[in-house]
Design a protein around this ligand. Structure first.
Ligand code: SIN
Length: 292
C-alpha cells in the first residue's frame, strides 16, 4: 500500500518516537483482511520490527486465520501445543507457579532452525496486574550503531546456533525436570535440541535489505573458526551492545492485544515480576527463509 493509499484507509500506524515498535489500529483481525490491509500490516511490521493491535478478542480459529494471512505456519519444536491445535502454543503460567517464566532470556525465535520463523504472533488472553512485559531489541539499529571497523570485522562471520542450552539433554529444562518442578507448560527435552546450525552473524533482511545482528545468548553457542574464549568475548560484547536501553522497547500488554514481531531484525525477552498472578498468551509462528 502506498503512503497515499494508507492515508485513505482506516488503518492507522502509530510508531514509537524511536521508530522501533508501532501500534496499529483501524483493523479488525477477527475477519479476513483485504489484500491492501495485509500489505500495510506487513510493511509496518518490517519497518518497525514489532507491531501491536489493541482490543482484538480472537478465537483460536481467528488467530490461526490471521497468522496464515501473514504466511504459512512455522514449525514449533520442544513445546507441547494446545490440544487439537498443532500450531498454537499456550504460554501459561499459573498464579502459584514458581518455575522461571518462559522466554526469560534474549533470543530470536527458533534461530537454530535452517529456516527460522519470520514472525511470531502473540495474543494475550490473561494479563497480570503487574509485570509480564515483553522487551524487544532493535537489531538493525544495534548493527548500524557499530563503528565501520567493527561492522567490517563481523560482517562475514558465521554464528553457530543450537537449542541445547534450554531444550538439550543437559540443558536448563532437563535440569528443571530432574528436580521438583511446577511448570504448567509441557516442555519436550530432546537430543534433537543438541544439534547445531550455522547462520550469518549479520543478516540482510529479505524485504528491506537492512543489515541486522543475528545472535542471541539463548541460542548462539559460538562463532565458526573461533576458539570458545574468542567467541565468548565477541558474543559477550555484542549481547551487551544490542540490549542497551537505547535499542530496547518495553511492551506493556493489555488483554486481547495481538503483537507480531520480526524475528529477522529483533530479539525479545519475556520479563517476569508477576508471581502470584496468572498470565496466559497464545502464540503462533510464521515460516521464514534461510538467513543470508
Ligand atoms: C516468548 O515468545 O519468548 C515469550 C514472550 C512472552 O511471553 O512475553
Amino acid at each position: 500500500m502506498s503512503e497515499a493509499a494508507l492515508k485513505q484507509s482506516a488503518i492507522r500506524v502509530l510508531p514509537n518516537a524511536s521508530g522501533f515498535g508501532a501500534e496499529i489500529t483501524g483493523v479488525d483481525l477477527s475477519r479476513p483482511l483485504d489484500a491492501a490491509s495485509v500489505e500495510a500490516v506487513k510493511a509496518a511490521w518490517v519497518k518497525h520490527g514489532v507491531v501491536w493491535f489493541p482490543d482484538q478478542p480472537l478465537t483460536h480459529d481467528q488467530l490461526e486465520a490471521f497468522t496464515q494471512q501473514i504466511g504459512p505456519f512455522g514449525y514449533d519444536p520442544f513445546i507441547k501445543p494446545m490440544e487439537g491445535r498443532p500450531h498454537i502454543l499456550e504460554l501459561r503460567r499459573e498464579a502459584g507457579e514458581t518455575a522461571r517464566n518462559f522466554g526469560a532470556g534474549w533470543h530470536s525465535d527458533w534461530s537454530f532452525q535452517p529456516e527460522p520463523p519470520s514472525a511470531t504472533i502473540l495474543h494475550s488472553k490473561v494479563t497480570p496486574p503487574v509485570g509480564g512485559d515483553t522487551l524487544y531489541a532493535d537489531c538493525f539499529a544495534a548493527y548500524e550503531a557499530l563503528s565501520p571497523v567493527m561492522q567490517k570485522m563481523i560482517d562475514g562471520l558465521v554464528a553457530i546456533h543450537s537449542a541445547a542450552l534450554p531444550y538439550g539433554t543437559k540443558g536448563l529444562f532437563a535440569h528443571e525436570q530432574a528436580g521438583a518442578n511446577d511448570r504448567t507448560m509441557q516442555i519436550i527435552v530432546s537430543p534433537e535440541a543438541d544439534k547445531t546450525f550455522p547462520h550469518p552473524l549479520v543478516r540482510s533482511h529479505p524485504v528491506s535489505g537492512r543489515k541486522a545482528l543475528y545472535v542471541s545468548p539463548v541460542y548462539t553457542v559460538g562463532i565458526e573458526g573461533m576458539t570458545p574464549e574468542e567467541s565468548k568475548a565477541v558474543l559477550g560484547f555484542l549481547y551487551n551492545h544490542m540490549t542497551q536501553e537505547k535499542f530496547v522497547y518495553r511492551h506493556k500488554w493489555r488483554e486481547n492485544m495481538l503483537t507480531m514481531w520480526d524475528n529477522r531484525s529483533t530479539l525479545h525477552y519475556a520479563d517476569g515480576g508477576y508471581d502470584g498472578h496468572l498470565r496466559v498468551m497464545h502464540r503462533t509462528t510464521v515460516a521464514g527463509d534461510r538467513p543470508r
